[in-house]
Write a protein that binds this ligand. Structure first.
Ligand code: PNS
Length: 159
């Protein structure tokens, strides 16, 4: 039997409704979707990797085929260990394209059998990024409806 397994990698600091939208879309066309949080990237994250995993777990528990994992080192090595042939990434606007293209081609060079699939998130989240969410929240603006309730709650505790 042929089953499909995809990795959706990212920093998820914090998880946004745009990410969640992508997880929802992705989970519908693969058998298994592993959301993989990159560990040890940012020296000053808003949330620790463990907290991000907790929030992702809570926000995705209703999807039957989504699991949460962490990885460090190369994404292609993690994908190989997971026996996944697909990497999912979202493209919001043309501005995302250049970096995504570089990553996809580098990953293809490192692991020719790993295919990157791009999904377009819902229009209403096309301007939402973790970076802007952090900035707006830090400066006192509302991010309600742009992040899942569990993330908003944790941000308020933090803020
Ligand atoms: O959500 P982000 O921060 O845009 O995600 C970037 C991520 C985690 C997908 C990317 O930085 C990554 O895959 N890092 C792992 C290191 C790696 O494999 N680098 C080579 C591919 S360019």
């Amino acid at each position: 039997m042929h089953t499909s397994k995809a990795i959706y990698p990212g920093s998820f600091d914090p998880l946004t409704n745009g990410h969640l939208d992508l997880i929802s879309r992705g989970s519908k066309f693969v058998d298994e979707l592993v959301v993989a949080v990159l560990a040890n990237e940012d020296k000053h994250p808003l949330f620790s990797v463990a907290e991000r995993v907790e929030m992702l777990t809570e926000a995705t528990h209703h999807f039957g085929n989504v699991t949460i994992a962490t990885f460090d080192g190369l994404l292609v090595d993690f994908a190989r260990k997971q026996e996944a042939r697909i990497v999912l990434r979202g493209i919001r606007a043309i501005s995302d394209y250049e970096f995504e293209l570089q990553m996809a081609l580098m990953n293809r060079r490192l692991s020719p059998d790993l295919e990157t699939l791009f999904l377009i998130p819902a229009e209403e989240y096309s301007y939402v990024s973790s970076r802007l969410i952090k900035q707006v929240f830090r400066l006192g603006g509302s991010v309600t409806d742009l992040v899942p309730p569990i993330v908003l709650e944790r941000m308020k505790q933090r803020g």
